[in-house]
Design a binder for this molecule. Structure first.
Ligand SMILES: [Zn+2]
Length: 285
């Protein structure tokens, strides 16, 4: 299938699904918003007739990474400079799970595809943002519930099948402060919000989400010991996206996502460029 027809097909599915939902004024407004985003073609994107929001934190030595044994910060060293060598060239090293990155299906489950094996068709999807930031402000351990999703759908229409769902917890504002971002207590426990396993199950199985993303360190909330969401997502052959940037710039729905991970053979994850594509008239900031 050509790239052009990809967007058209995804758009068609979105319109069909949203069109099938109730008649409230808010739903109608959201449906129209979705339709305007649905009209974007790759030709529009190529000539600058669309908005592109970069959801990727730039890699540097301050980037957050999983605070476990064996994990290290991002390192960048200079191999050659224009002044000395006539050319600028550098080398970098990093754990796979650092900065804005993907968790491949083999991250928590054996027998699932490694990073190099994920089908490219999984990297293009309608996007939705679900916001739990106000509750997370009061309770750092909170999780997205099925009830939150039901409420979201009553306002915005049904989540399109095959979407990538992005959870906005508000944690992105702590990005430059690793200690606040991981929010570790005296006992070493981490405190940040994320998905409940019930909500993840609903999104993966009842909405066929291609992937689940979040604006902090993990698709399981910080205090999780069993990583139930990681297991559930990976067991279904789907992926996670962590430390996703800029979710406050997106509308709740009506945009597309391009997810472009590095391709590491046998990799369990890796740095990923994530781009949201919106219509020029969308209400994104
Ligand atoms: Zn990860």
């Amino acid at each position: 299938m050509s790239m052009n027809s990809w967007i058209s097909v995804a758009a068609f599915a979105t319109v069909l699904v949203v069109g099938a939902c109730g008649n409230g004024a808010a739903q109608e407004a959201n449906r129209r918003k979705s339709e305007s985003a649905s009209a974007i073609t790759l030709a529009d994107v190529a000539v600058g007739n669309a908005r592109i929001v970069d959801l990727t934190h730039a890699l540097n030595e301050k980037n957050a990474y999983w605070p476990g044994p064996g994990y290290e910060p991002f390192h960048l060293t200079t191999i050659a400079t224009i002044e000395k060598d006539g050319v600028l060239s550098k080398a970098f090293s990093m754990p796979e799970h650092l900065g804005t990155h993907i968790d491949a299906p083999n991250h928590f489950e054996t027998g699932q595809p490694d990073l190099s094996m994920i089908s490219p068709s999984q990297f293009f999807a309608p996007g939705v943002v679900i916001d739990i930031a106000p509750r997370a402000e009061i309770d750092a351990d909170t999780t997205l519930t099925v009830n939150d999703i039901t409420e979201w759908e009553s306002k915005n229409g049904r989540i399109p099948d095959g979407a990538v769902v992005l959870l906005h917890t508000g944690w992105g504002r702590f990005w430059d402060n690793y200690s606040r971002y991981k929010n570790q207590d005296a006992m070493g426990k981490l405190h940040f919000p994320s998905y409940s396993s019930e909500a993840a199950r609903f999104l993966i199985h009842d909405r066929q989400a291609k992937g689940l993303g979040v604006d902090n360190l993990s698709i399981d909330h910080g205090i999780s010991k069993d990583f139930a969401v990681h297991h559930l997502v990976n067991r279904a052959g789907r992926y996670g996206l962590e430390n996703v940037a800029g979710l406050e710039k997106l509308p709740s729905r009506g945009f597309f996502l391009v997810i472009a991970p590095i391709r590491i053979e046998a990799g369990s994850g890796g740095p990923t460029r994530i781009l949201a594509i919106l219509s020029k008239s969308s209400d994104a900031e």
